[in-house]
Design a protein around this ligand. Structure first.
Ligand SMILES: O=C[C@H](O)COP(=O)(O)O
Ligand SMILES: CC(=O)C(=O)O
Length: 208
């Protein structure tokens, strides 16, 4: 995957699952369950110590999935994530140094924005695909429609507060090829090792 192919990552599935992993082995099980359910993309957040190891394990052991790193804030995190095998990176907001690494290493990047000025900042850096985070708090689909009037060539991956029953409100917009969400991989399912629940949620999400 390359920097200018962020839109290709967004085209893989209607939902990019945002995942917090307790350990690398769980990350592998989650990725396998997602693939079994028809979702070929996963964003493993760097919010836990296990995030990097999980990215590496998924990249090495799971076929049929595009693995990315989420909650990437620093250049050092970005470099480690790419070295571990991350094919794309995501930040919840603006992280200029991560964008710099993404451009230098030619890795797909999806930074977050919440305001017109933040989107304008990203556009000046050559970004043409962004998250809206936290989407449900900053205006939901109505906010995206408003942004579109001044950024007609932008595509969005809204994330934050989106569930199975609200995802289609966003996906109905032409500029929203996918949404992000944690609902497919709940903490309860991960703690219980209930990979069938993850597979079933992925199957429903793949049909959105
Ligand atoms: O922390 C936020 C998650 O990464 C995505 O939001 P969510 O849990 O509301 O789906
Ligand atoms: C919210 C999100 O997508 C992230 O932590 O990168």
């Amino acid at each position: 995957m390359r920097y200018n192919e962020t839109r290709d990552v967004m085209a893989i599935a209607p939902v990019i699952p945002v995942v917090v992993v307790p350990d690398a082995a769980s990350g592998v099980e989650i990725a396998r369950a997602l693939v079994a359910g028809g979702i070929g993309v996963i964003e493993v957040t760097l919010r836990t110590e296990a995030g990097l190891a999980a990215i590496e394990a998924i990249a090495n052991e799971v076929d049929g999935i595009c693995v990315g790193a989420g909650t990437v804030w620093t250049a050092a995190q970005a470099a480690r994530a790419i070295d571990a095998g991350a094919e794309f990176m995501v930040s919840p907001g603006i992280a200029d140094e991560v964008n710099g690494v993404a451009q230098t290493r030619d890795v797909a990047y999806l930074p977050g924005a919440q305001t017109v000025s933040e989107i304008a900042h990203l556009r000046r850096q050559g970004v043409d695909a962004t998250k809206l985070f936290p989407a449900s708090v900053v205006g939901g689909p109505a906010a995206i429609k408003a942004f579109l009037s001044v950024f007609p060539d932008l595509v969005f991956c809204p994330t934050g507060g989106i569930k199975e029953d609200t995802a289609n409100d966003y996906l109905a917009l032409d500029c929203v090829p996918c949404v992000g969400g944690s609902w497919l991989v709940s903490a309860d399912a991960v703690n219980a090792g209930d990979w069938e629940a993850v597979r079933a949620a992925a199957e429903r999400a793949a049909a959105l």
